[in-house]
Design a protein around this ligand. Structure first.
Ligand code: ADP
Ligand code: MG
Length: 480
């Protein structure tokens, strides 16, 4: 039987507010345990929550960016459950009336565009953290994270493959960073994803029973966890079993999912409107101001890059992967008129390679956009070849100055003087009579040997196009 995969994602994006959702404690990551948890966060009796308006502004920005309805009135609800890292005994979330509803995100998988529905995005507070490794036989509780604002973004079950799910997730990841509402750090848990996965016979309308996969902390693992889970469900059904609705934990070490608990139902949480909080009411002005604060969004920027710089869709996609990268590119491109494509190649190729190698963000690149532009100019005006440019780039990266300084200091200026190149060719021919003989008797492949010898003799500095041309003349006119 042929099976179809159905996936819906729940993403928790930690909002970049300075203080928590309902208290003034700092949200800074990495502080000593329990140094950033005030009376509200640790739920001392009698404390009252006070809503952080900045979190609402961020949620509204997100809603506008995904073409959603921004509800002028939304309601905070208590979601009741017991867990050691939740001293209140409930989490403040939004249930029936979320701040954002009915949005969408367009994804592009293998050239096919597809719209993924966003059911809702609601504000909620994070819980604390249980530290299982810190003490022998004991569990530590760190409440620094308790009360940190999250935007939970729930998708429709619109995705049909792990690849679509990862594409959607990456797109969301880029978007929240563009909006400046989340740092997207998956290792630190600022951007987390639960994947709901089910399968159904192809052609069947009704959805199958879903499992919810937790603990997926990288894009790669999202894909692997879903693939594993789909195979497990298909195998289970085909051997006569039934998928049960449950929460499963993904184990990246063994690449499998394990049952964690049977799925709780909404009524288990006894949701009710939080009596300590007024409904969140946003006026027109507030929403307008949030709209004015929106940056150019990734899709628009990508399309503009194609139009304005003549880039391929792929190049534009990579270069608009973050605002910093896009800004870097635009700054460089502005300094190299007519060489926008060459500048793009250097950023996507060598610069990105070095950033990855050294685990640096583009903001920390030792080669600035002006330095890169300088390099591109020297390639464009034939001062250096593309190959030598790689050495210049490396030297710039290591702090040896800008392109002109490196070229001057190391004597890398390209040899374009025709008579000089011909002289070197003569020497090479004189040194290799046997190869010359073989070439002239029909071994065309040896042309490359001569090119190599000339480049070697000039330490790679001869202009390759000129070497080819002059060699062809000297060796007898055999096109390579
Ligand atoms: P909860 O997990 O809190 O019960 P929901 O019922 O709103 O929340 O559903 C959560 C996610 O599960 C949504 O992203 C939705 O698209 C997805 N989902 C619902 N039904 C299925 C299904 N049969 N297969 C795959 N995903 C599903
Ligand atoms: Mg869920």
């Amino acid at each position: 039987m042929e099976w179809e995969t159905v996936i819906g994602l729940e993403v928790h994006a930690q909002l970049l507010t300075k203080s928590k959702l309902f208290s003034g404690s700092s949200t800074q990551f990495g502080a000593q345990p329990n140094t950033q948890a005030c009376a509200v966060d640790i739920a001392l009796p009698g404390v009252l929550p006070v809503m952080n308006l900045e979190a609402a502004r961020m949620a509204v920005k997100f809603g506008l960016a995904v073409g959603a309805t921004v509800n002028r009135r939304s309601v905070f609800a208590r979601k009741n459950y017991f867990y050691p890292d939740l001293p209140k005994g409930y989490q403040i979330s939004q249930y029936e009336l979320p701040v954002v509803q009915l949005g969408r995100l367009m994804i592009d998988v293998d050239g096919m565009k597809k719209e993924i529905g966003i059911t809702r995005a609601h504000l909620e507070e994070d819980a604390g953290k249980s530290l299982h490794e810190a003490f022998e036989g004991l569990t530590g509780i760190d409440l620094n994270r308790a009360g940190t604002p999250l935007l939970e973004i729930v998708s429709e079950p619109d995705m049909r493959s792990a690849k679509e799910a990862v594409t959607y997730l990456k797109k969301l990841h880029v978007l929240v960073r563009y909006l400046g509402i989340c740092d997207g750090n998956m290792q630190e848990g600022s951007f987390r994803c639960d994947a709901n996965v089910s399968v159904r016979p192809k052609g069947q309308h009704a959805f199958g029973t879903r499992a919810e996969l937790k603990n997926i902390n990288s894009f790669r693992f999202v894909e692997k966890a879903i693939d594993y889970e789909v195979a497990r469900q298909v195998e289970l059904i085909e051997s006569g079993g039934k998928v049960v609705q449950e929460t499963r934990l993904y184990d990246s070490q063994s690449n499998e999912t394990r049952s964690m608990r049977s799925k709780e139902e909404a009524h288990d949480y006894r949701y009710f409107p939080d009596p300590d909080l007024l409904p969140l009411e946003l006026d027109e002005q507030f929403i307008k101001e949030a709209a004015l604060g929106l940056p150019e969004l990734p899709d628009a920027k990508r399309e503009r890059f194609v139009r304005e710089y003549g880039l391929s869709a792929y190049d534009a996609e990579v270069l608009t992967g973050s605002r910093e990268m896009a800004d870097y590119y635009e700054a460089a491109a502005a300094m190299v008129p007519g060489q926008a494509k060459l500048a793009a190649n250097w950023i996507i190729g060598d610069l990105s390679g070095y950033l990855n190698r050294d685990s640096l963000g583009i903001g920390d690149a030792p080669v600035t956009s002006a330095m890169l532009a300088g390099l591109v100019c020297r390639i464009a005006d034939s001062t250096i070849s593309g190959k030598i440019a790689k050495d210049v780039f490396d030297a710039m990266w290591n702090g040896e100055g800008d392109a002109d300084a490196v070229i001057g200091k190391k004597g890398l200026r390209q040899i374009t003087d025709e008579s000089a190149i011909e002289r070197i060719i003569d020497e090479v021919m004189a040194r290799n009579p046997k190869q010359l003989e073989q070439y002239r008797s029909g071994q065309d492949k040896l042309f490359g040997f001569f090119v190599g010898q000339v480049m070697k003799a000039t330490q790679g500095k001869a202009n390759p196009a000129q070497v080819n041309e002059s060699l062809r003349k000297k060796l007898g006119d055999k096109p390579a």
